[in-house]
Design a protein around this ligand. Structure first.
Ligand SMILES: [Zn+2]
Length: 242
């Protein structure tokens, strides 16, 4: 039967073959056609191709797909490493900032923290008690601030009047620090959120493209196996005929 077949040309290797050994170019998988077209730009979809050439192009396509897969994985690794280093930069501690504060600002902070401590209250009480004791007993003859201690009242009201604005100054600065911390927290959260979304997209993309590629590779393998089977059957027939 094969001897009756008329001879036809394969458009890749230009050799003559029986028409049963040739495949129509129109039924070659488009992804494989892309690989062929890269090597043979004047590929004709009306022509024919021999089995050996078609199989070699199929193998080339699978090889290419596997290589791009590897490349994509290493790119993902790089992206994760890059974002990790960027993340470290963003999440620095805000209270360790090196902003320069003026002498007045530092002084108001110190006074406010000292004014709000037990040390200050105890010292203050001791000073007041000493003042009253001196003016009541020791200098009873000629006290510099006799009862009801008007000079002490004046000094006390002066201290209170000064302490209020100093505490307010310190509070303002504390508020600024808190605001900075909140902004920083927001930035870190936003970055984490974006990163997670980014990873989601990457995983979706990888899963989807890998799945379709895997299916394609499997189909191609089945085709290769079938063509090998056909070849073996043809060989057997020829041996039987002899
Ligand atoms: Zn050929």
């Amino acid at each position: 039967m094969a001897s009756i077949d008329k001879k036809e040309q394969c458009q890749i290797c230009k050799k003559q073959f029986n028409s049963s050994e040739l495949t129509l170019a129109a039924i070659v998988r488009p992804t494989v056609v892309d690989v062929i077209k890269k090597k043979y730009p004047n590929w004709n979809s009306n022509g024919k191709i021999c089995k050996q050439d078609l199989d070699s192009f199929r193998r080339q396509y699978i090889k290419g797909v596997l290589e791009t897969e590897k490349g994509e994985l290493s790119k993902l690794d790089n992206d994760v490493i890059k974002s990790l280093t960027q993340h470290e930069i963003i999440s620095k501690r805000p209270d360790k900032d090196k902003t320069h504060y003026s002498f007045g600002e530092r002084l108001s902070d110190k006074i406010a923290s000292f004014g709000g401590s037990w040390t200050f209250i105890i010292i203050f009480l001791i000073v007041l008690a000493t003042w009253i004791a001196i003016n009541s007993y020791v200098l009873l003859a000629k006290p510099f601030d006799p009862f009801p201690y008007i000079l002490m009242n004046l000094i006390l009201s002066c201290i209170a009047a000064l302490q209020a604005p100093v505490i307010m100054m310190s509070q303002n600065r504390q508020e600024k620090k808190d605001r900075m911390r909140a902004e920083h927290d927001y930035k870190v959260n936003l970055k984490a959120e974006l990163e997670i979304r980014h990873l989601h997209e990457k995983m979706d993309h990888l899963l989807h493209s890998q799945w379709t590629r895997l299916l394609e590779i499997q189909e191609l393998q089945v085709e290769l196996m079938e063509s090998a089977k056909r070849e073996r059957r043809n060989d057997k027939n020829e041996i039987n005929r002899k």
